[in-house]
Design a protein around this ligand. Structure first.
Ligand SMILES: [Zn+2]
Length: 151
C-alpha cells in the first residue's frame, strides 16, 4: 500500500470513528461526504460548494443527500450551521465558540474570536440573561456583515 493510500485509509478510519462516536449511522455516502468536509481543517461551506467538491473528486452524491448528511452532522454537534439568509446556510467545521464576519461581496465567512465580541442582553451576559418565558438561551451567534470599502 502506498503512503498516500495508507494515509487516506487512516483518515477514513478516523472519520468513521468520529461519526460513530457522535451516534451518526455510517453509510458509504455519509463517509464520503464527511471525509471531504473534514479533509482541510476548519472551513465554512455551503451544501452546494461541498457537492461541487465531491463531484470534482468523482463522487456521485445528490444535493439532497449532502443536505441530509450536513443536517445530521449538525444535530450530532460535529459542525455548526450558520444561517445568513433564508436561501443561504453555511456549515462550519469549527464548533468552538466564535463569531463571523460575512463578506457580502464574495459570500465568504471569516471567523471572529469569541473574545472580540461582547454581547449584552438586558445589561448582562446572555448566559445569565432570561430567554423568552419557559426557554433558556443555548448559544449566541453574531454575524457582522461587511462590504468592500471603495475609498
Ligand atoms: Zn467559523
Amino acid at each position: 500500500m502506498s503512503d498516500s493510500a495508507r494515509e487516506s485509509q487512516q483518515t477514513q478510519e478516523t472519520i468513521a470513528d468520529r461519526l460513530k462516536a457522535h451516534g451518526v449511522r455510517l453509510t458509504e455516502q455519509r463517509l464520503a461526504i464527511s471525509r471531504c468536509l473534514f479533509a482541510r481543517g476548519h472551513r465554512h461551506l455551503t451544501a452546494e460548494q461541498l457537492k461541487d467538491e465531491l463531484t470534482r473528486q468523482g463522487e456521485k452524491v445528490a444535493l439532497a443527500t449532502v443536505y441530509n448528511t450536513l443536517h445530521q452532522l449538525t444535530k450530532a454537534g460535529m459542525i455548526k450551521q450558520i444561517v445568513i439568509d433564508p436561501q443561504r446556510s453555511y456549515f462550519d467545521t469549527n464548533t468552538h465558540r466564535h463569531h463571523h464576519f460575512f463578506i457580502e461581496d464574495s459570500g465568504k465567512l471569516l471567523d471572529i474570536p469569541h473574545e472580540r465580541v461582547q454581547v449584552r442582553l438586558d445589561d448582562c451576559d446572555p448566559a445569565q440573561a432570561l430567554g423568552p418565558e419557559g426557554m433558556k438561551i443555548t448559544s449566541v451567534d453574531v454575524v457582522i456583515r461587511v462590504q468592500r470599502d471603495p475609498k
